[in-house]
Write a protein that binds this ligand. Structure first.
Ligand SMILES: [Zn+2]
Length: 206
């Protein structure tokens, strides 16, 4: 059942990647067309609205590409949690405050206060430290977790590689504040696809 859902997600992820490649090609053509019209406008061969038309077409494709990229990252993260779930369940439980690093997983069973209501504190830390918003890909339960029958109600996923400098600072902040996490370095050795930090307790077995 779960394997079937994972397979379907991998298929949809692959078709999004194909669509993204088509958009990328298209964006290149639209950028060339925009540039061509801009030069024509300079020589007063076309009107401003013709230039604006080309600009809008390019903007639309670029924003569709951004959306696709976000969806692909979300899928990669969910697929990673789903495929590494068994490995995670086989690991010995950690005592409160316990920390462990095994292969592609880093776990911390913080005993501090944690619920999604604490998320703004982490967002603030990250934004002050790195000058950009915390890249949250899943806040609590999502339809993807429903499909996987995962209880993700009290957890959030952040698309930051645990080994990056941002990742390392975030993990040490979470340890200092006693917030539990599981950091995934990617489902496949050597590949960082799906790498992320899951903040909160592991999804309960159901
Ligand atoms: Zn998660």
């Amino acid at each position: 059942m779960r394997a079937e859902v994972i397979e379907k997600m991998k298929e949809s992820r692959a078709s999004m990647a194909r669509l993204l490649a088509i958009h990328e090609e298209n964006a290149l053509k639209l950028a060339i067309e925009y540039e061509r019209r801009r030069m024509h406008l300079d020589r007063e061969l076309i009107s401003k609205s013709e230039l604006r038309e080309a600009e809008l077409a390019l903007e639309k494709t670029l924003s569709q590409m951004e959306q696709l990229k976000r969806w692909i990252i979300q899928d990669d993260i969910a697929i990673t949690e789903a495929t590494m779930r068994d490995e995670l369940l086989r690991l010995p439980a950690l005592a409160v405050g316990g920390f462990s690093e095994t292969g592609a997983l880093v776990r911390f069973n913080g005993g501090g206060l944690w619920s999604l209501a604490e998320a703004p504190k982490i967002e603030k830390f990250f934004a002050q430290m790195f000058g950009r918003a915390l890249p949250v890909t899943a806040f609590g339960q999502t339809t993807t977790h429903d499909r996987l029958r995962f209880d993700h109600r009290n957890a959030m996923d952040v698309a930051v590689h645990p080994d990056s400098s941002e990742g390392r600072s975030l993990l040490s902040y979470l340890r200092q504040t006693g917030i539990p996490f599981i950091a995934f370095k990617g489902a496949m050795p050597g590949a960082s696809t799906g790498a992320h930090i899951h903040i909160g307790q592991p999804s309960a077995r159901n």
